[in-house]
Design a binder for this molecule. Structure first.
Ligand code: AGP
Length: 612
């Protein structure tokens, strides 16, 4: 959600902090700020409501320089987006702190600090932590020890970076529930909530573990576990290049990411399938034996990732003959789920840091699942580190808040899972396996063909710009595709959109249909084509306007109230959901562009939801 970046170096760190903030802005963006210690030993702070560009403008008028500094982009949780609530938060003009996460016991701490004379200038839970560390500094005089002491008193989730003018050589950082990565340089060190912020300055990273507190100086880094013991954490080298997060020639990251899908899907399949079979090693060395023992699957995720799970359910049931439940993580984590024997837990997440999904994964650890598998896009994420089995999607960094390539790569990975389960359970003979693999290998080309429809879809989008509502319909495996289409449209264009299984239409939503209600249908020629065709007739009979995404074989014909977009390659049951998602992404994108909304950073949303 929020983003943190910090640096201690021989050079001026403000340009590094600003570039880091720009790269983190997609995570949260209602305000931004930074602080640096200037050559006179004073903390110089700049904070602005709005985008990082507003902070850059403020710095143009009132420059800040320093060799040590911390910075933050904020997505408001406690306190409205306002300058006083933006980070860094200060205590007594001596200590500065940036924070991601939520401190649950902030009220009690605030009361006790007020009683001791601390004045609060913001509505944030963050300021409580700043004052608390400051209070410990009065007795201990050492920033590291003060942070260690203070974090022991905190309930909730946090990633912190702290500096103090009385201890000017170091930044202290701490992690509990929110990611923190340390960047290793030569004679300089960095901290951030996401490696994307630091790629222009280093590729060498150390990821803090839960409960860790670390000290960054120019010359080195020391890490301590939650018990205060000095520990070594493994250094990794990122393969990502700095320009992996550049927008290039594209107008928006979302458009770039939509067009990256053929490649992202191909990468996700690479080394996991040969020309005619699934490679046993795709899920790890022991997975083959384990998958054969699986008697059922529970899939947990949020948002777009949840839709991917819903699609997988149809495929797992069909190919492996196994029961498969799919549930939203924020619901699952507060149930007392009953887990039948030999069930596989699967969490799906682009970021691997979504608070609800991570909590569900941890709860699942106590529930006696056969194993917990993470399908995830960020190799260094908490979910990847905490799962027994991992299947990485290889979408590369996804910056647009609206998930696109993360979704189609998740669908590819889940198709592999369905195949692997089918194979492990003896339900897939060599011919069926070869056919399924051929279908998957053709997916990147089919996505490319779907992308060619950009022109007609852009024209169609003009039609929807002034609408206030839209209904999406699908049947079977394309019902969740319709849900994903509705989510895309609502999140970036702010048009109210809902999805229904088309068979449900006459059980209520049909009452909404009139000439102002566009109905967007996903209707490929599959076993349910005639069913959805009848449902669409019901809409037409009531004057509704239809936009039908189908294929040449379906026989849908356009008329003055019916627009038909025929996909050149419809794919089979494993790949059609990904293929039919492409035009829906393009439609949402073009409607949003026509409406002039902030496509990559829609209002009120953040890329990675690391708080509840
Ligand atoms: C959709 O476009 C969103 N990005 C959102 O629904 C997202 O899928 C959800 O927040 C889950 O995120 P995750 O995949 O990183 O866990």
């Amino acid at each position: 959600m929020c983003g943190i970046v910090g640096a201690v170096a021989e050079r001026d760190v403000v340009p590094i902090l600003m570039e880091g903030l720009r790269r983190l802005e997609y995570r949260g963006y209602d305000s931004a700020g930074l602080v640096a210690l200037d050559d006179d030993g004073d903390l110089k702070r700049a904070r602005e409501v709005g985008k990082v560009a507003a902070l850059a403008e403020a710095l143009d008028s009132n420059p800040v320089h320093g060799r040590i500094g911390i910075a933050h982009t904020r997505w408001a949780t406690h306190g409205a987006p306002a300058e006083r609530n933006a980070h860094p938060q200060f205590s007594s003009n001596e200590l500065a702190l940036v924070h991601n996460g939520i401190i649950e016991n902030h009220s009690a701490l605030r009361d006790s600090l007020k009683a001791k004379g601390y004045r609060f200038l913001s509505d944030t839970d963050t300021e409580v932590v700043a004052h608390r560390i400051h209070e410990h500094m009065q007795t201990r005089g050492d920033l590291l020890a003060s942070v260690q002491e203070a974090v022991r008193e905190l309930d909730g989730a946090y990633a912190l970076a702290v500096m103090d003018r009385r201890d000017p050589e170091r930044i202290i950082t701490a992690r509990q529930g929110c990611p923190v990565v340390i960047g290793i340089g030569i004679g300089e060190h960095f901290v951030a909530s996401d490696i994307a912020a630091l790629l222009p300055v280093t590729r060498r990273f150390i990821f803090l573990e839960e409960g860790d507190v670390a000290e960054l100086r120019r010359e080195g880094v020391r890490i301590f576990d939650r018990n205060g013991q000095a520990v070594e954490r493994r250094e990794t080298e990122s393969q990502l290049s700095a320009d992996a997060v550049e927008r290039g020639e594209y107008r928006h990251y979302m458009l770039k990411e939509i067009h990256e899908q053929p490649n992202a899907v191909a990468e996700t399949l690479e080394e996991r399938v040969t020309h005619d079979h699934l490679l046993a090693a795709a899920f790890g060395p022991d997975a083959e034996r384990l998958l054969a023992e699986v008697e059922g699957v529970h899939i947990i995720a949020c948002g777009t990732s949840y839709h991917a799970g819903m699609i997988a359910r149809y495929q797992i049931e069909q190919l492996a003959g196994l029961p498969c439940n799919v549930e939203i993580a924020s619901e699952y984590r507060y149930r007392d789920p009953v887990v039948p024997e030999r069930h596989l837990f699967v969490c799906i997440s682009q970021s691997g840091e979504t608070a609800d999904t991570l909590a569900a994964l941890r709860l699942a650890g106590e529930k006696g699942y056969l194993a917990r598998l993470a399908i995830c896009n960020v190799p260094e994420s908490s979910m990847v580190r905490e799962s027994d089995l991992v299947l990485m999607t290889r979408a590369g960094p996804e910056i647009g808040v609206a998930s696109t390539k993360a979704f189609t790569t998740q669908l590819s990975a889940l198709a592999l899972l369905a195949l692997a389960l089918g194979k492990a359970h003896g339900r897939l003979d060599a011919e069926a396996e070869a056919n399924a693999v051929a279908e998957l290998r053709a997916l990147p080309t089919a996505i490319e063909a779907a992308l060619e429809l950009d022109g007609p879809i852009e024209k169609l989008a003009e039609h929807l710009v002034h609408r206030h509502h839209a209904l999406f319909l699908g049947r079977g495996v394309h019902y969740p595709v319709a849900m994903e289409g509705a989510l895309k449209l609502k999140e970036i264009s702010y048009i109210h959109a809902e999805a229904y299984a088309a068979g449900e239409l006459k059980h209520g939503p049909l009452a909404l249909v009139d000439e102002d209600m566009p109905i967007i249908a996903v209707a490929p020629s599959d076993a349910l084509l005639e069913k959805i065709r009848s449902n669409l007739e019901e809409v037409r009979a009531r004057g509704g306007e239809l936009i039908v995404f189908s294929d040449a074989e379906s026989g849908f014909l356009p008329d003055e109230r019916t627009h038909v977009i025929a996909l050149p390659r419809a794919g089979g049951p494993l790949t059609a959901p990904a293929i039919f998602t492409i035009p829906l992404q393009l439609l949402a994108y073009h409607v949003a562009v026509h409406k002039g909304t902030d496509v990559d950073k829609p209002r009120n949303l953040a890329k990675s939801v690391t708080v509840e």
